[in-house]
Design a protein around this ligand. Structure first.
Ligand SMILES: CC(=O)N[C@H]1[C@@H](OP(=O)(O)OP(=O)(O)OC[C@H]2O[C@@H](n3ccc(=O)[nH]c3=O)[C@H](O)[C@@H]2O)O[C@H](CO)[C@@H](O)[C@@H]1O[C@H](C)C(=O)N[C@@H](C)C(=O)N[C@H](CCC(=O)O)C(=O)O
Ligand SMILES: Nc1ncnc2c1ncn2[C@@H]1O[C@H](COP(=O)(O)OP(=O)(O)OP(=O)(O)O)[C@@H](O)[C@H]1O
Ligand SMILES: N[C@H](CCC[C@H](N)C(=O)O)C(=O)O
Ligand SMILES: [Mg+2]
Length: 488
């Protein structure tokens, strides 16, 4: 694409005299190849403008910048390069999200789970699907690795283009608050946006809950208009969560509500019956009442199911097909996943790494544990420090045997992180092991029939990040091995 053609989507920019062919758009000087447009991003760690000269030396033919630069290739100046990058990426890759159904899911907890449920509903309805989220990106059945839950706008739009080339008709993605704040999704044309909930997390980044909710609400602000009857847009909101009120004010889309406690929810679960094998509830929906039998457990799972059902419904998928899909779902890897290694008690591996998710999952475990509840839990390094004492306190409140350990300490001292957890539980009973393997072993050695072992925080993760090193570590494997060792 010619530079001038590409720049047409950015109003008021000054077109340079040169009009080179743009082969690629990159934001990392290490990825520049001849013919690239290099975009300078002021990051949180470094200022990308400082790599402009190197990009030019490597063959970049133009630079997008927020300030004048001393290089001998054209420099186009815009007020906000991150935003411009998202808009250019959308245009460069042929506006892929305009040609497919796109569902975005945001909220503190439940994004990965809900996106998998929605993907399943769409597949069962005959769509070829794409999925972007914490665990991977998927095009049909092929998975691609991903670094972020929501990738940068260039990766995002090129992935959508690939999806389109491979026949994807509907894509579902998790939209993190970081991505919204950094404009990674500005170039996405969503049809449906979902809000799961908001509770404490990421205060290291957003600083206040108000700023965190504001970031989440950006997804709904960019969603578009309810009165475009050809392409109506839908905001699917958890009406039991007070954050929905704020979000509702920020969007011009149709509002669709789901919930359990609030009787006005358009998609509501009532008469809930839960046991260790699954959950049964009555779905109240615009299409009438239906009894639903799930293989998932926990009140939080019902919220995810309701969100997914609402999405399917607004996309005109027949309710019968939607319900058949969700009833068949066995679970999502690392979310309340049971480790079966021949032991006499349940071992649950769960991705709860926030106070609210830990509390929810422990309340669910409490319903089934006859005796003790062992909770292995740590808190991530280089992440919200204020959740550490709270998570420790929740582990002590709901567990009988809390075990504090490490969960991706990253650049921080693992012992110091545990100390910050301990500050929340002075005078209470718990044990600590810096080595997560030892913590898991301890729980499994001490548990017996009637007890439950919950290993929280890492879920599907297959690594433990200590310093800059990414070490192999999978809670599910470590737990299985510990069970085998105990049998010896
Ligand atoms: C805090 C945060 O969000 N950081 C993201 C941010 O990095 P950054 O601002 O530090 O970027 P930077 O390193 O300063 O670089 C600035 C610019 O210089 C360029 N650069 C940099 C170095 C160099 O040698 N050459 C070069 O050209 C970079 O490509 C970039 O364009 O922009 C990067 C590119 O888009 C992201 O990969 C990176 O995510 C890091 C890995 C991260 O850990 N992010 C987490 C906090 C995050 O975003 N998490 C959410 C999920 C949260 C949840 O679901 O709970 C997510 O969506 O993943
Ligand atoms: N709707 C929900 N409400 C509260 N907690 C939930 C909900 N759904 C899942 N959880 C809990 O949160 C954990 C993470 O769930 P999930 O991976 O679906 O969330 P996520 O929003 O994608 O998280 P992340 O932001 O880290 O990617 C689960 O393991 C479970 O303990
Ligand atoms: N998306 C979350 C994942 C946290 C998972 C937990 N295991 C940790 O490392 O803190 C984050 O990056 O904050
Ligand atoms: Mg996720």
């Amino acid at each position: 694409m010619k530079l001038h053609t590409l720049l047409k989507v950015l109003p008021f920019v000054k077109f340079p005299n040169d009009n080179p062919e743009i082969q690629d758009i990159v934001q990392d000087n290490r990825k520049v190849t001849p013919g690239s447009l290099f975009i300078c991003i002021q990051g949180l760690t470094v200022d990308g403008h400082r790599f402009a000269e190197d990009a030019a030396n490597k063959g970049a033919v133009a630079i997008l910048s927020e300030k004048p630069l001393d290089v001998d290739i054209p420099v186009i100046i815009v007020p906000d390069t991150k935003r411009a990058m998202a808009i250019l990426a959308d245009s460069f890759y042929g506006q892929p999200t305009k040609k497919m159904k796109l569902i975005g899911i945001t909220g503190t907890n439940g994004k990965t789970t809900t996106s998998h449920l929605v993907e399943q509903i769409l597949r069962d309805a005959g769509e070829k699907t794409g999925l972007i989220g914490t665990m991977y990106m998927k095009i049909g059945n092929n998975t691609l690795e991903t670094k972020n839950t929501t990738p940068d706008s260039l990766t995002l739009q090129s992935t959508f283009k690939q999806m389109l080339d491979e026949g994807v008709s509907s894509a579902v993605m998790e939209v993190s608050s970081h991505a919204l704040d950094q404009g990674r999704v500005f170039g996405c044309d969503y049809d449906v946006a979902v809000f799961t909930n908001i509770t404490q997390d990421h205060l290291d980044y957003h600083h206040t809950m108000e700023a965190y909710l504001r970031a989440k609400s950006l997804l709904f602000a960019q969603l578009g208009n309810a009165y475009n009857h050809e392409h109506p847009k839908f905001a699917v909101l958890n009406i039991d969560d007070s954050g929905s009120k704020q979000i509702q004010k920020e969007t011009a889309a149709h509002i669709v509500t789901y919930g359990i406690d609030n009787q006005t929810a358009q998609f509501r679960a009532k008469d809930i019956d839960m046991n260790a094998k699954g959950t049964v509830f009555t779905l109240v929906s615009p299409a009438g009442e239906r009894r639903v039998h799930l293989q998932l457990i926990g009140k939080f799972s019902i919220y995810n199911i309701l969100a997914a059902i609402s999405v399917g419904y607004v996309l005109n998928i027949p309710l019968d097909s939607i319900l058949q899909s969700v009833e068949n779902v066995k679970g999502v890897p690392g979310r309340f996943e049971l480790v079966q290694a021949g032991q006499q008690f349940p071992i649950v591996v769960d991705y709860a790494h926030t106070p609210d998710s830990l509390e929810n999952v422990l309340k669910t475990v409490q319903q089934f544990a006859k005796k003790r509840i062992f909770v292995v839990v740590g808190c991530g390094g280089d992440r919200d420090r204020t959740k550490r004492p709270i998570m420790a306190q929740i582990a002590c409140q709901y567990g009988t045997d809390p075990i504090f350990t490490s969960d991706n300490p990253r650049s921080e001292d693992p012992e110091a992180i545990i100390k910050e957890m301990e500050a929340g539980v002075k005078g209470l009973q718990y044990v600590t092991f810096v080595d997560r393997k030892e913590a898991i072993k301890y729980a499994i050695q001490h548990a017996s029939e009637g007890d439950v072992v919950l290993i929280a925080g890492k879920g599907h993760e297959t690594y433990q990040i200590i310093g800059n090193k990414i070490n192999d570590f999978d809670d599910r494997k470590v737990a299985s091995e510990a069970v085998q060792e105990c049998k010896k």
